[in-house]
Write a protein that binds this ligand. Sequence first.
Ligand code: XMP
Length: 514
Amino acid sequence: MNQEKILVIDFGGQYNQLVARRVRECNVYCEIYSYKTDLNQIKAMKPKGIILTGGPDSCYEEGAASCSRELFESGIPILGLCYGAQVMMHVLGGHVCEAPVREYGKIEVTVDRSSVLFDDVSEKTICWMSHNDYIEKEAPGFKIIAHTRNCPVAGAESVEKQLYAFQFHPEVLHTQEGRKMLHNFVYGVCGCAGTWKMDAFVETSIQAIREKVGDGKVLCALSGGVDSSVAAVMLAKAVGDQLTCVFVDHGLLRKNEGDEVEAVFGPNGPYKLHFIRVNAQQRFYDKLKGVTDPERKRKIIGEEFIRVFEEEAKKIGTVDFLVQGTIYPDVVESGLGGESAVIKSHHNVGGLPDYVDFKEIIEPLRDLFKDEVRKVGLELGIPENLVYRQPFPGPGLGIRIIGEVTPEKVVMVQEADAIYREEIAKAGLDRGIGQYFAALTNMRSVGVMGDGRTYDYAIALRAVNTIDFMTAEAAELPWEVLSKTANRIVNEVTHVNRVLYDCTGKPPGTIEFE
Ligand code: XMP
């Protein structure tokens, strides 16, 4: 794609993807590469600018992640953030060492002189800091543009060389004017025009898919999740009924979800495509009978899913293309971009390509972050409730029922979860929480109902806030919402007599219960 772009050079920091997302929010395309990427390769991409991320090392120690002096002499505008700023100073002859006072959290930064990066930024501004080392002395040719109480160089610049450094993290929301600063870098320093817009992306992608597919046949495994739905609609708009979508209902979906997916993609929906719904509930329940180990359950569900899909694919015969809803974080986290390969083996019901007879894979969302996928979804006219669906694990309710899965337990958790979601939505909290759901514990306890004793199950409610799903905090839900939900669940869901709220963060908990 012939796009103006900013490169994020990743030193293994926690916020690498966030930096790229913030740049894209400025309507500028941005990609993440490892700090090990060859300088010639970087130059060949003709970036308008480069941002160096934070990282866990100490830049003055042997073997620390670094980059060459030539990068800083390439004439490409560069902004170093936190560790990236330290590397810049260290390589160019400044002095970085262990800070006498470690700064962590929201810190007041004082802007010392006018810099284009601080255009329209307050003189005293709250920024997010997290560093053990600091820049004791800036490199020759640099001017200090900001400091804090404990950090003499919170910002530095060499306008002439187009090099800029921040000790803090402008990409994190806690940095109150961070977006403005990144915007200033991207437009004020790099001179970007802001061509990355989702409406244009949709148009060019549909055109490109049409050209690529020609009159070929395309197959898509539709899960009802945001990514596969958006990918499917894009393909449907491009090639219409040359597309077949197979939707496997494994009986572990949320209440009414199968029908909701069918309403959008089925014959009565707005799109011209072939839709095949496979009602395989009983097959999955049979396979899961008596199984309690979470990883075994995941494996069984994943394998059965492939088997069902494979059977359908065989009926269809050879296809030319297989659609996958891969998105940019999958690409980065699988180690293909960036520095931080995250191990997420269990997180995808994957392996489909091995089981389908096809010539080529199409990944229309491969360059997009999740929020961009949602924007594309809206551009394509997909209903909002589908576009803003929260993440739902491939094994579905199978891992939200602790212990053995039975059809009766599936109904219990479906009903409880539907009530919980309804109450959250009524309270206007549905877009504000990262992920929330009900799970069925395998604890039974004594209760009283009317005049009688009960011995029934406990539902656990979970709600977390998270940036990346790798760490999370339990959300502080209003008591009225919790108590109303609990009341409704025990009254409306048979065989539930207790409702618990999970206050555990991740770590040490996980988001799901299994
Ligand atoms: P955990 O429970 O690992 O969840 O903290 C992090 C995120 O991943 C989702 N998750 C899964 N997604 N297959 C999936 O497709 C899985 O087996 C799976 N397990 C967890 C979870 O919903 C959360 O968003």
